[in-house]
Ligand binder design. Sequence first.
Ligand SMILES: *Cc1c(COP(=O)(O)O)cnc(C)c1O
Length: 425
Amino acid sequence: MTPQDYIALEDRHGAHNYHPLPVVLAEGRGVYVYDVAGKQYFDFLSAYSAVNQGHCHPRIVTALQQQAAKLALTSRAFHNDQLGPYEQYLTDYFAFDKVLPMNTGAEAVETAIKLCRKWGYEVKGIPTDRARIIVCGQNFHGRTTTIISFSSDPNARGNFGPYTPGFESIPYGDAAALRQALANDPATIAGVLVEPIQGEAGVFVPDDDYLPAVAAACREHSVLFIADEIQTGIGRTGALLRICGDCSCAGHCERQTTYTRPDILILGKALSGGTYPVSAVLADDAVMHVIRPGQHGSTFGGNPVACAVAREALQVVIDEKLTQNARRLGHLFRQRMQQLVEQYPETLVLVRGKGLLNALVINDSEDSDTAWNLCLALADRGLLAKPTHGNIIRFAPPLVISEAELLEACGIIAEAVRSRALAEI
Ligand SMILES: *Cc1c(COP(=O)(O)O)cnc(C)c1O
């Protein structure tokens, strides 16, 4: 079969809910993926930062295979010998009392919302059905009915109503707007849900004092600070969690504990190194205790394969110093891209990001196809990336990338930009 044959099958038999680049991939290893003809590409999307540990990491694949062959699923009707050790490992790793295991990111966000509302009624004392959660404009938290109810993206929301009430949107990165919203009617606000960097929106990095300000304002009004680190967490931004800022404490230091520690932490994506859907909601006892037997759950959440895989995937991040690598190579990447921006101001506006979560903003409108065409030119030259919001290209390679590989990739990007710049003259 040719690539066109595979694409035609998807077109004929699959729902058209995505618009992929026209490449058909068959294998992956480390920072590389290979198409059906065997052509090698740098993967600079990493499945939206799920593959931080690199494609088909041998240790994670072994954990998956061994556990799948031994015991794959029990449901939570019974205990299993993987869940307890995993929960101990995970809560120790991120320094929280408890974890509630789920599968996908959206499920974990839903879990956090339910947990937050229940805490609001049972601990804070919000009158029945009046709880509100503050969210940010341009957010991305997933695709369920409740989550898209507070999206500002017309594509995500359009004709999926009626929408779930109880959410109030304020501008992202604006601590004053948050303080104002909290001051209005703090007694009915249960939580504030924030992405520490807005990835899908185009890698928007807030000012350094934003997250500490959010945490402080939440504490002041007895409101839960909920951090969605599904994309930013687990080394991606050069810190274990983005809420750690530029600190490499791995979540355990005094600064993080004192100033920016969220009350609820949401993880997904790289929790499994991209091999299996694993997500988690972490909180301390004072919050998590409101969930009692029968009140929330999932058939697959906390299954033995997920537990074995996630433990190995997190240990790989430590053993291979992926957080440190992301931080060091992130600086190098932005430095190279900054040179490119200065060289081609007609084509590029700016580069921004943290660690290995970065974006190039293309000098064209959101509805132009310049970024898409640049991504096609990159794919031709052996690098895969995808536009987000039309004129922004996110670059997020697996964190196992070496300096030599990163520099080679920067060369490919420079060549593609040069070819586009020439084409436009
Ligand atoms: C990807 C993502 C989600 C949703 O995760 P799914 O596994 O696709 O449901 C939620 N929040 C953020 C910040 C994400 O990047």
